[in-house]
Every structure is written in C-alpha cells, then in structure tokens.
Ligand binder design. Structure first.
Ligand SMILES: *Cc1c(COP(=O)(O)O)cnc(C)c1O
Length: 388
C-alpha cells in the first residue's frame, strides 16, 4: 500500500486552491481565514454521507468544525473512510456516549491548581495557553474546553500560570499546550517563552502542537528565531497517518530542527485510520526522514462520543511488535494508555520477558525465538593462581 516512502511522492501544493496567489496561500493568516467551518461549505467540496451531514450539525454543540485548506487538500473527496477525512470531518457517532466515556477522560480537572495548569507529575506541568486550534481533531481529549462549543468558558490565565510555576521550584519542565500554543502571535510567544526562561528552576520548555501538520505556513523564519532565542525548546507534533506527511510539513520541520528544536511525534491509535502495522511503519519512516522521533502512540482516550475511533489495545501492541527489531529502533514509539481518572500515562509493551527465575531471564526476541540471559549471577571466585 505504501511502496516507496520517497519524498517525491509526498503531497504538496495548492490543490483545489490552485487559483489563489501563492503569497496568500503561504500566509498562515490567509489559511486561517479560509478554513472550512460550515456544513454548507463542506457540501460543495465533498460527497458527504448522512452520518457526516448530521455530525456537522451536532458539532456546534460539541467541538467546532474547522479544517485548514492545506489539510483539506489531503482528504479524498470520494471516500468517507479516508484516514485524513475521518480525523476532521464530524460524524453523528460523536453524539453517542458509551459507558465509561466522559468529558474529562484523563482527569485533568482534578489536578488543576490554577486555571490552565495541570500539575499531575511531580517535576513538570502542562500549561494550557489557549482554547483554539488551527483545525479540530474529532477525537480531541480536551473537547470540553477547546473551541468553546460546550460553553466551558476557558480563559487562559497566563499570569496566574506563570506565577504558579515561579512559586514551585520543583517544576523543571513546562509543556505548553491548549488548544494549540502556536496560534499565539509571535509577540505573545516571545514574551511567554521569555518569562518562562527567566524562571531559574525551569530547565526547558516544550510545546505540543499540531500546527506544523494543519498549518505548516505558521512555521516562519521569524517563529524559528524565537525558539532559537529561548531554547532549549522541544516540540511534539501530532501525525497519525503517512498521508499527513507533506513536503510543506517537511519544510516546517526542517526550519524547526535547524533552529535547534528537537522534534518528537505523538500519534493516537485510531480504528480504521492507523491501527495497522504497515500504515504505522510508513508513518514512522517518513517521520525519521524529517528528523522527527516517534515519541508516543496513545490509546484513544475515553472522550465522549469516541467509540468509533477506539481500537483494541491489542492492535497497538501488535503494531509495536511489528516495528521493534523489524525497523530502526528510533522509529518505534512508546505505546501509552493515559489512565481514566487521573492516574497518568502507563507504558504498554509486548511481553518480551517470558520469565525471571533461578537467576535467569527468559527472553523472546523479535523473531519469536527464545533466549536466556543469566541475571543476578554471583561473583565467581578468582582463579587460585591469580591470588596475590
Ligand atoms: C502527558 C503529560 C505530561 C508530559 O508527560 P511526559 O511523559 O513527560 O511527556 C505532563 N503533564 C501532563 C498532565 C500530561 O498529561
């Protein structure tokens, strides 16, 4: 299905917006102004199914519809099961709430000392700095507050957040998220990163952003310079499928890398989208070609209306087994379940350790062969002739 992961095959260009002047197309403000945000617009561009049409009407009460022109070009207009389309075009299944699903599936509200700061782990915080994104992922774990469709009324409290971080010397790592932090203006980001940098115990800053994927035009030389100035700044991007790897994304990643921003990728395991070893292998290979290290592969959180997105965890384990040893170690992400109720991230691994007993560990390798490693061997006596 994905024969050659060659850059020449990666999508690029203006696609259905071929008539737009290049200066407009390459301007991130133009991309934002020309997002597809209504059912009426979508109707003219895609052959919508009944489920999608109803989903678009429901979206106003759950999570806004928005798709950038750049990302829209990656959608197959004829295939409702297109892996790009399913991530951003609403479906009525979003209104079906299964047992166990909730609006705060990983229990963030319980660990928010001030609005916008999630302090779950001892030495680091998640800092939600905006409730807006360039486009909206239909499985968003923060649907409750992002896009404000549910009237959550989230106002990022930048000042309160900064004061909390400054007052807690145990915080050495600040992760900016939201919403998408790269929707802030250059001036705001510059000021925010500068303020964080000035806090002596903050060792480094990272951002979680899907903007390089949705809106690569945002990664301007000026933005890259801001990261260079305030580094070390790390970034996690969010791709789920090889179709999202475009030449524009590659150019954005290159600009970030050359500004000294180490890049990781977080994927969400999504039924029918990327719950397949061949799809994931193609994705992670393309990521390495862009100097992006696959970081986490998350099981889809139990957000309300996500049943149609969730794949059995066994599929994730099978994907990791199909990658480990079969391809570059750098290409293998860590499979994670972020536990419902606020327990945090738990790593899930295939069972390579078959048993530990009698001073040995029995190991299964990537080809399913068994090996034994002596573990906890006693120090042997030195040879008598070597005794002094
Ligand atoms: C995911 C997450 C982090 C970062 O976790 P790492 O494993 O260090 O990448 C920090 N805080 C919260 C609340 C998170 O959900």
């Amino acid at each position: 299905m994905y024969p050659a992961d060659r850059r020449d095959d990666w999508h690029s260009g203006q696609g259905r917006w071929a008539d737009v002047p290049a200066a407009d197309w390459n301007d991130w403000h133009w991309q934002l102004r020309n997002r597809i945000t209504t059912l009426a617009q979508l109707e003219t561009m895609l052959e919508l199914t009944k489920e999608e049409r109803e989903g678009c009407l429901f979206a106003a009460h759950k999570l806004a519809l928005a798709i950038t022109p750049h990302f829209f070009n990656l959608i197959d207009p004829k295939d409702p099961n297109c892996p790009v389309r399913r991530q951003v075009v609403p479906r009525i299944e979003e209104s079906y709430v299964a047992a166990g699903e909730s609006s705060d599936p990983v229990g963030e509200e319980g660990t928010m000392p001030v609005p916008g700061i999630v302090h779950r782990y001892p030495d680091r915080v998640l800092f939600l700095v905006t409730d807006r994104c360039a486009a909206y992922c239909r499985y968003c774990t923060r649907s409750r507050l992002v896009s404000n469709a549910q009237s959550y009324d989230f106002h990022p409290e930048m000042e309160q957040g900064l004061q909390y971080i400054a007052a807690h010397p145990e915080i050495r790592d600040v992760l900016l998220s939201g919403g998408d932090p790269l929707l802030l203006s250059d001036a705001k980001l510059d000021a925010l990163l500068g303020r964080l940098r000035a806090i002596p115990h903050v060792e480094f800053i990272r951002l979680g952003s899907r903007i390089p994927v949705f809106l690569p035009q945002r990664i301007t030389p000026e933005l890259a310079d801001i990261f260079r100035k305030h580094g070390p700044v790390w970034m996690s991007i969010h791709t789920n499928h090889p179709k999202e790897v475009t030449r524009e994304l590659a150019a954005a990643c290159e600009r970030l890398s050359l500004a000294g921003v180490p890049l990781g990728n977080q994927s969400v395991l999504l039924a029918g989208i990327n719950d397949d070893a061949e799809v994931m292998k193609s994705l992670v290979h393309r990521l390495l070609m862009m100097r992006v290290r696959p970081y986490y592969l998350y099981a889809c959180d139990l957000i309300e209306g996500s049943t149609h997105f969730r794949a059995p965890i066994q599929k994730g384990i099978d994907i990791i087994r199909a990658l480990r040893g079969h391809t570059t170690g750098y290409a293998v992400p860590q499979l994670i379940i972020d536990t419902p109720g606020g327990g945090g991230k738990v790593p899930i691994n295939p069972e390579y350790v078959q048993a530990v007993h009698d001073g040995i560990v029995e190991l299964r390798n990537f080809e399913d062969r068994m090996y034994v490693y002596p573990s906890g061997t006693q120090m042997p006596e030195p040879k008598p002739e070597l005794r002094s």
